[in-house]
Design a protein around this ligand. Structure first.
Ligand code: NAP
Length: 296
């Protein structure tokens, strides 16, 4: 019999991930801070718990996917947190993007109670969560990764064990550098083409499959042209990840010039009240400087 799964955090990502775990036939107990979000899953057979600790008490493997470092600390270590309901031998998998140093400390506290932990942050956007095609980057022991593999396979298609506890988060932050700098390049290119009088649909058609192609260009480029700013990943959450990159790079003593530029461009959009928009709207910060709009 497969292990019982608990899932905490039914946000943009968590909803798609739970959907795919249910389709794969896992027995699921769920919890979300805003309780209404649990209803559609309850109707399909998931058990709704009243707290993270109750999720842990009902589950062998407990997955968390919430916003930021303090939120993960709260749902795992806080009052009514997972740590208070978990039993020896349980496995916690945090799939949020958080500070790698805090991840190691959370793991230490769980391990001290005989509870294992993997950090397994994700990439692939809301589409990847919905389609079960996430990239999952995992830090922790080989034994725990093997144990969790059926869950990972239900949610993702590129599953990589990258190192010890905390390594998953470090790789995820590297991924975030690639995403934002990629979107900045895509934005600059779109604006340049528009200012040069080119049809942007044609421009995307011409370059997306070539050496300059990228996931951001292919998926978010058309949204820019359509003036569509709904978040697959919000500026506020993106900014949280860039803050983690800048902090970690400072500790490592390495420059992250392009990331710092993106951080500041996103800051201007936050100041204008666009924090809830998708991270592809970084182009609007460039448009404001250029006095040209890329959109059609
Ligand atoms: P989201 O839609 O904003 O959802 C956040 C979830 O966290 C909600 O379920 C929210 O509960 C819960 N939450 C936040 N603070 C909490 C707290 N203090 N206590 C309990 N629950 C709390 O975010 P998301 O896009 O799903 O992202 C979730 C994580 O995945 C983040 O770490 C993000 O960086 C990462 N991620 C996102 C994407 C993406 O494209 N969206 C891609 C890769 C990784 P409520 O419903 O009550 O607000």
């Amino acid at each position: 019999m497969s292990e019982s799964i608990g899932f905490i955090g039914l946000g943009i990502m968590g909803r798609g991930m739970v959907d795919n775990l249910m389709r794969a036939g896992f027995d699921l107990t769920i919890w979300n801070r805003t309780a209404e979000r649990m209803a559609p899953f309850g109707e399909r057979g998931a058990k709704a718990a009243s707290s993270p600790s109750e999720v842990a008490a009902q589950s062998d493997i407990i997955i968390t996917c919430v916003s930021d470092t303090p939120d993960v600390e709260q749902v795992i270590l806080g009052e009514d947190g997972v740590i208070h309901g978990a039993s020896t031998g349980d496995l916690v998998i945090d799939m949020s993007t958080i500070n790698p140093v805090n991840t190691v400390e959370i793991a230490r506290q769980l391990n001290a109670q005989g509870v294992a932990m993997l950090d397994a942050p994700i990439s692939g956007g809301s589409e990847g969560a919905a389609n079960g095609t996430l990239s999952i980057m995992i830090g922790g022991s080989e034994t725990d990764v093997t144990r969790a593999m059926p869950c990972f396979e239900a949610m993702g298609s590129t599953i990589t064990h990258v190192g010890e506890q905390g390594a998953g988060q470090t790789v995820k932050l590297s991924n975030q550098i690639l995403c934002v700098v990629n979107m900045l390049a895509a934005s600059e290119a779109l604006l340049f083409a528009k200012a040069g009088g080119v049809d942007l649909d044609k421009m995307l058609q011409a370059v997306t499959g070539g050496a300059a192609g990228s996931w951001m260009l292919a998926n978010r480029g058309p949204q820019v042209i359509d003036d569509y700013w709904e978040p697959g990943f919000s500026i506020d959450l993106q900014q949280k990840d860039l803050r983690l990159v800048l902090g970690a790079a400072d500790k490592m003593g390495i420059p992250v010039i392009a990331t710092a530029l993106c951080f500041n461009l996103y800051r201007t959009l936050q100041a204008q009240g666009h924090g809830d928009d998708g991270n592809h709207s970084i182009i609007r910060a460039l448009e404001a400087m250029a006095g040209v709009k890329a959109r059609q």
